[in-house]
Design a protein around this ligand. Structure first.
Ligand code: VGL
Ligand code: ZN
Length: 200
């Protein structure tokens, strides 16, 4: 289990300036991520991939605005602007991302009833994406995470990676965050406490 994988989280148009759920400076990481891809033996990408009318969209909930929360059967859920709709421009990878050597693309958030931040589990925290099994079968014991957004999909993925026993590093210079109601500080503490290596 000595092999290492670079896991690039959601570097998609909707999370970059001009997109529906733009993360400040999201596009700035693209050249850094490209260098990391070039120097990595194994590259996995994730792609947020929602059907139109997804239940994580504020537009699905009468009277709700983006960034409000709602109680779902699996717990509290932040409501987002419509984003990363299957097949749409916003769901495509940033055009500058050199993703061609990617071995696996994990799509997530396709169940209309459940959001999915983590690359490993949907937000019910029990439905797996299969990524842990994939990495393990390939003999990968170490994961390096980069991408968007630091405090949501990167952080949830990192927490699940350590939870699965992977040696887990987040390279912060190749991440950008949303920072909603203190989420950035909270998730940085959560990652550090869980044993994620945070590299500035
Ligand atoms: C993300 C909110 C909703 C992310 C995805 O990639 O961090 N955040 N969907
Ligand atoms: Zn999403």
């Amino acid at each position: 289990m000595n092999a290492e994988a670079l896991v690039v989280i959601d570097v998609q148009n909707d999370f970059c300036p001009g997109g529906a759920l733009a993360v400040a400076g999201g596009d700035e990481i693209v050249p850094i991520v490209n260098r990391l891809i070039a120097s990595s033996d194994h590259v996995v990408l994730t792609q947020d991939w929602h059907p139109a009318g997804h239940s994580s969209f504020a537009s699905y909930h009468a009277g709700k605005q983006p960034f409000e929360t709602v109680m779902m059967p699996y717990g509290e859920q932040v409501l987002w602007p419509d984003h990363c709709i299957q097949g749409a421009w916003g769901a495509e990878f940033h055009p500058g991302l050199v993703w061609t050597k990617t071995e696996l693309i994990v799509r997530k958030g396709f169940d209309p009833a459940i959001d999915s931040y983590s690359a490993f589990y949907e937000n019910d925290r029990t439905t797996p994406t299969g990524l842990a099994g994939y990495l393990r079968e390939r003999g990968i014991g170490k994961v390096v995470l980069v991408g968007l957004a630091t405090d949501y999909c990167v952080a949830y993925s990192a927490l699940d990676a350590v939870g699965h026993g992977f040696d887990t590093t987040v390279l912060l210079e190749a991440c950008r965050g949303i920072d909603l109601n203190g989420s950035m500080a909270a998730m940085m503490v959560a990652m550090r406490d869980a044993g994620v290596k945070l590299v500035e």
